[in-house]
Design a protein around this ligand. Structure first.
Ligand code: AGP
Length: 609
């Protein structure tokens, strides 16, 4: 998964491209490159390593020109190296391409091209596209690009520059995201919105199967093998600052502190009264809600943990059988999905390949698709019948935080609305849940004030190498999320398990010094959780408890350290109790000197299987 940038206008292209790539670096950061039209020829600079490496190269050998393309890479085919960095050129170095996605049939295409005398410089799948365009070129670059991608299968956001037509950029999309930004006397192109915000708020999403030609005069979009497409620009409300760190040391910490606002915005206009939930973008009416036979939720990573909470909410509030599947597993178990079912796909980016494929699989089997997604105009959003946007704003840090909290809030609103439509929850319960939801932003703000105590805890635990997160009921998926956060950025080996499972094996690993984080936010289960805490305490574990004001008195005597969040409806407790877990992981990673926003081996959204 990579970041793509393009510029055509009156300014020097390279500074705009490099700034855009800096804002896209969370999408992949193992190599980068730019290409510009310079005196009628194409000039390329590229380098393995972070963007800062490329900046050094460009400083040593500057580039001029006001038309250019740029790329930051997350390797899928061909290890990170200068040769495998994008852009890639054809044999004559008259055409250069940058690409986000995977060309699944590149090996067979490469063999054919080699047999026809083409010379390859890299091990990437992308380079075949440059040579295919070279072969197809007959004086019309757009036509050549169309012919080239017609031979390719897989996913691509492909952007092309040619010395033979130096006054244009040609871009084409299948699956991987591409957005055009309309600026003052300039046109920009990027993989997503944050890279465009410093220049414009007027954007046009390039849809699947579309080709765009950018010239000084504007952008012309057409369907591959079809006619022109007329699409009005969309005005983005996010401002450039939203994409910057706002004074925090890392995007992750900024995004943790943005959660009260993100929750507020996600509920804005959706809780019109204490009696009603209004979900814009969800056309599923009361009648269809009553007829629903089953809900399938598909998601990956942190979104999957939100989905697990969503299952309990849907089953308890809407009394509808609900199954949760990992996106990467769902379609390979030939699920018994049928018409009358609702398939809910949860995703921050809306571009995660496994989740997209699972959602498509469920639809193909007759389910209605509802997307709970954060990125406006993303593939998942465009393919679903119903779209419930989480309004978390741009989430830059690889480690998902505010998107997770807004997913929980969105799923709680969905479950309550479905329960109301199906008549499975009484009006007083609906009002209590709506009041609980409305109280979340202020209570989340209160939890953030616990940060100093959590920093002190992180200082004490920073050298931990093994940790366990335990919980019962809704605290189990919460434990999974806490454990993932710690693993992702502090690189501590961590495991989450249902507290009741300890005695069936894992307890053997609990020895003095091991850290156990015990989630105890569920009043109905707190006594049971305490007995599990006593089991690990008795084996010398260092136990950190997380409770609400109502469960804290029960848990406090049994833990070494207790973090207490405000009292809240047990079904909404994961929203508040997740915040201390995020802060603990963040500060342990910071204290261990790790690259918190760009943890090793990971990327923000995974658009490959
Ligand atoms: C979470 O911190 C990770 N970045 C990762 O597990 C992520 O949740 C997963 O890849 C799903 O991404 P999505 O929500 O964009 O689909």
């Amino acid at each position: 998964m990579c970041g793509i940038m393009g510029y055509i206008g009156e300014r020097a292209a390279v500074p705009v491209l490099l700034d855009g790539l800096r804002r896209l670096e969370y999408r992949g950061y193992d190599s980068a490159g730019v290409a510009v039209v310079e005196d009628g020829a194409i000039a390329v600079r590229k380098s393995a390593g972070k963007l800062s490496q490329l900046v050094k190269v460009v400083e040593q050998i500057p580039l001029s020109g006001d038309i250019g393309i740029g790329h930051t890479r997350w390797a899928t085919h061909g290890h990170p190296s200068d040769e495998n960095a994008h852009p890639h050129a054809d044999c004559r170095e008259r055409v250069v391409v940058i690409h986000n996605g995977i060309i699944e049939n590149f090996l067979s295409l490469k063999e054919e091209l080699l047999a026809r005398g083409h010379r390859f410089r890299s091990d990437t799948d992308t380079e075949v596209l440059a040579h295919l365009i070279e072969e197809a070129y007959r004086g019309d670059l757009a036509a050549a690009v169309e012919q080239a991608v017609a031979q390719a299968s897989g996913a691509y956001a492909l952007v092309v520059l040619s010395a033979d037509e130096p006054d244009k950029i040609v871009a084409v999309r299948r699956i991987s995201p591409l957005i055009v930004g309309l600026g003052q006397n300039e046109i920009l192109l990027a993989s997503d919105i944050p890279a465009l915000l410093p220049h414009t708020r007027d954007v046009i999403v390039i849809e699947d199967g579309e080709l765009a030609v950018l010239t000084r005069g504007g952008v012309a979009i057409s369907r591959i093998g079809g006619g022109p497409v007329d699409r009005l620009p969309m005005r983005v409300t996010w401002d450039a600052a939203a994409a910057e760190k706002g004074g925090f040391a890392h995007f992750m910490l900024k995004e943790i502190h943005e959660q009260p606002r993100a929750l507020q915005e996600t509920m804005m206009g959706r809780l019109p009264s204490d009696e009603e939930i209004a979900l814009d973008g969800v056309a599923l009416g009361p009648e269809s809600a009553r007829r629903l036979s089953k809900v399938w939720i598909v998601a990956c990573g942190t979104a999957y943990h939100a989905a697990l909470v969503g299952r309990t909410l849907l089953e308890q509030l809407a009394r509808i059988p609900t199954e949760v599947d990992l996106g990467s597993e769902f379609r390979y178990r030939s699920p018994l999905v049928s018409g009358g079912a609702l398939a809910v796909a949860v995703s921050q980016s809306g571009e995660t390949a496994d989740t997209l494929a699972a959602a498509r699989e469920a639809r193909a089997r007759g389910a209605r698709a509802l997307a709970v997604v954060n990125v406006v105009g993303s593939t998942l959003a465009r393919e679903a019948e119903d779209v419930l946007y989480t309004r978390a704003g741009p989430e830059i840090a690889v480690c998902s935080t505010k998107a997770y909290l807004t997913q929980l809030a969105a799923l709680a609103m969905l479950a309550t609305a479905l329960g109301q439509a199906r008549g499975t929850i009484a009006p007083p319960r609906v009002s209590a849940l709506i009041q609980g939801l409305r109280a979340l932003p202020a209570k989340a703000q209160a939890v953030l004030s616990l940060e100093p105590a959590i920093i002190a805890l992180a200082e004490r635990l920073q050298r931990t190498e093994d940790a366990f997160f335990i919980g019962r009921g809704l605290d189990y998926p919460l434990a999974m999320e806490g454990s993932l956060k710690l693993k992702e950025i502090s690189y501590v080996h961590s495991e989450a398990l249902a507290a009741g499972e300890l005695k069936h094996g894992t307890l053997a690993l609990v020895v003095p010094g091991v850290v156990v984080v015990a989630l105890g936010t569920q009043p109905a289960l707190i006594e049971k959780t305490v007995s599990n805490v006593q089991q690990v305490g008795a084996r010398g574990a260092e136990v950190v408890g997380v409770a609400t004001e109502s469960t804290a008195p029960v848990l406090a005597p049994h833990v070494d350290e207790l973090i207490t969040v405000p009292a809240i409806d047990p079904l909404l407790a994961p929203v508040l109790a997740a915040i201390p877990l995020q802060l603990l992981a963040y500060h342990m990673a910071r204290l261990r000197g790790h690259d918190v926003d760009q943890p090793r081996n990971l990327a923000k959204s995974v658009t490959v299987e």
